[in-house]
Write a protein that binds this ligand. Sequence first.
Ligand SMILES: *[C@@H]1O[C@H](CO)[C@@H](O)[C@H](O)[C@H]1NC(C)=O
Ligand SMILES: *[C@@H]1O[C@H](CO)[C@@H](O)[C@H](O)[C@H]1NC(C)=O
Ligand SMILES: *[C@@H]1O[C@H](CO)[C@@H](O)[C@H](O)[C@H]1NC(C)=O
Ligand SMILES: *[C@@H]1O[C@H](CO)[C@@H](O)[C@H](O)[C@H]1NC(C)=O
Ligand SMILES: *[C@@H]1O[C@H](CO)[C@@H](O)[C@H](O)[C@H]1NC(C)=O
Ligand SMILES: *[C@@H]1O[C@H](CO)[C@@H](O)[C@H](O)[C@H]1NC(C)=O
Ligand SMILES: *[C@@H]1O[C@H](CO)[C@@H](O)[C@H](O)[C@H]1NC(C)=O
Length: 590
Amino acid sequence: MLTFTRKAVLQALFFVSHSLAGVALSNEPFVKRDSLNNIPQGWKFHGPAPLDDEITLRIGLKQHGVDELVGTLYEISDPENIRYGEYLTKEEVDALVQPHPTSIAVVDDWLQAHDVDLSDVSRSSAKDWITLSLPISIVTKLVNASYSIFTHERSGNMIVRSLEYSLPASVSDHIDCIHPTTFFSFPSISPSLKTRSMTQSSPPTAKNSTACGPDSVSQMTPACLMELYRFDKYIPSSTATNKLGVVSYFGDFLREDDLQSFFQQFRKDAVNSTFSIQSVTGGITSSNFTGSEAALDIEYAMSLTFPTPVSIYSVGNDGPASTKNGDNEQFLDWALFVLNQTNPPQVFSTSYADTESAIPQEYADRLCTSFAQLGARGISVIFGSGDTGVDNDVACDAITDKTPFEPSFPGGCPFLTSVGGTASFNPEVGVGGPVFPNSNYRASGAGFSNYFPRPKYQDKAVSAYLSALGSTYEGLYNRTGRAYPDISAQSVTFAIVDNGELDADSGTSASGPVVAAIIALLNDYRLSQGKAPLGFLNPWLYSKGFQGLNDILLGQSEGCNGRGFNASKGWDPVTGLGTPDFIKLQKLLP
Ligand SMILES: *[C@@H]1O[C@H](CO)[C@@H](O)[C@H](O)[C@H]1NC(C)=O
Ligand SMILES: *[C@@H]1O[C@H](CO)[C@@H](O)[C@H](O)[C@H]1NC(C)=O
Ligand SMILES: *[C@@H]1O[C@H](CO)[C@@H](O)[C@H](O)[C@H]1NC(C)=O
Ligand SMILES: *[C@@H]1O[C@H](CO)[C@@H](O)[C@H](O)[C@H]1NC(C)=O
Ligand SMILES: *[C@@H]1O[C@H](CO)[C@@H](O)[C@H](O)[C@H]1NC(C)=O
Ligand SMILES: *[C@@H]1O[C@H](CO)[C@@H](O)[C@H](O)[C@H]1NC(C)=O
Ligand SMILES: *[C@@H]1O[C@H](CO)[C@@H](O)[C@H](O)[C@H]1NC(C)=O
């Protein structure tokens, strides 16, 4: 019955004028889109949101050709396919995902019926996202929901959200998601896990001809990583065209003098080189304070790939005044910004993650599709897998043997490469359990998505692990879900320089930039041969590239109370397919 009504209203809309559409809408029933029974765990009610506060509303219009986009992505990322490496242009990707003109018209009518001036609306280049600033009084009417301010208990961050939202029946079909509504999350900056301070007097390298000595276990350095993963001899040559992007959020940045001091100690030939900056939604472009996340990401991305140009994408906050600007829409803002560029970096490293269940699935789907769009452009999207094993960001005292594991996002999105963490060498082990008992960095983030089914490319590798696992943990994880991580790298006690001091930092935030750097150098090599960059990596990694990885056999993705998966031969949900061996990977390039 409802379906019928909806259709009838929709058909009617095609024939009425814009002003009449507004009238029709005001009498129409609402369709409930999402609702939460309670305020999500970890958040508390702060107060009603002031009705005249402005919020930035993002409306995801239904995209048109998502199936074709994904089909194309798999063709151009599969080394066996004749279309391999034939990446799409910005215009081609935009054309694929563009909403149907009817969707654009219906949504415009709906906004105008609420006195929105369409000239204040900003549209993504594919017209699939609308961004506009509106007083909460109007948003309340648009989505038939009241908005409140909620405080994140652990961090004190505030956000403006609703516990439910609805859309007029005729509009609902044309919209994938609206933000902010019921999305209660604040992505964790995976590390900021400074384990301890080191003094300048525990010097890093070069007493020996080998860069990785006994000291490297307590102080990982660029030289040791380059030796361990065998790219110390590689000299980049495509620096005019090759680029590596690093994404930074929440005003996390670094002081120029810290970067130079890091180079002085760990990569002397890079002294005086610097990065370029892209400011996304007002992100800062300089700072006199170095955040340890930024130090880790930028100092390693640059040192490991020098002289390859590195571009920092600094994403700003745009929350309403009542939240002290605490709110932001990081992944989406960054992805849309890059998708609007004609010549973005070929690899991006991001060391931030959310809890999957905190993100409404409709919104997670759209973010995941935007990573597919980046992949179709030939961009490798690389994320750290998280630092808390199988129990992403959950307080352990609330966990029983029957509590399901908590996957993270976007690790569970199939269109990116998720990087787990290892430590030590001879043998190198996945981080977790007895291997690394101290600090907040519990374990390499690992799991199985509840939102995204297992992609074909990892079917064989993951099925093999699951058959060996048998019925262990049955019911606690999703056997049919996209499994992560895909690959891994060192992640413990990386030397960093922040605010004038030599420190150490750990987490998969460290391993992400290492893998991103190695992929950037493989791209350097491909470009020097006149070939396309590697783009979306996973189809190649799982079909062939895995032979160029060191299979990690030890370690555990320990979550709460000792539970977690073991590393094992072949793919495992601790270290994925293994850690890079640059020389072998170079030989296996498509
Ligand atoms: C896309 O890029 C163009 C050119 O730089 C710019 O004028 C436009 O505002 C951008 N669009 C969006 C939605 O950011
Ligand atoms: C939602 O719609 C109903 C029916 O039109 C109305 O009574 C209610 O006040 C609306 N709620 C909000 C928060 O706008
Ligand atoms: C130097 O290298 C050798 C052989 O790898 C190793 O046994 C020794 O411990 C290293 N010495 C230092 C000071 O790192
Ligand atoms: C770096 O720049 C400073 C200031 O311009 C200069 O004095 C110094 O010699 C440079 N160092 C190197 C290694 O180029
Ligand atoms: C530098 O830091 C001081 C406090 O440490 C702060 O007051 C000042 O605004 C900062 N300057 C910039 C440019 O960030
Ligand atoms: C498991 O994942 C599938 C998608 O692969 C999904 O349809 C299903 O709902 C998930 N199960 C649970 C319990 O979330
Ligand atoms: C992991 O390995 C340990 C030690 O061999 C074993 O006791 C445990 O049962 C294994 N756990 C899983 C989930 O396979």
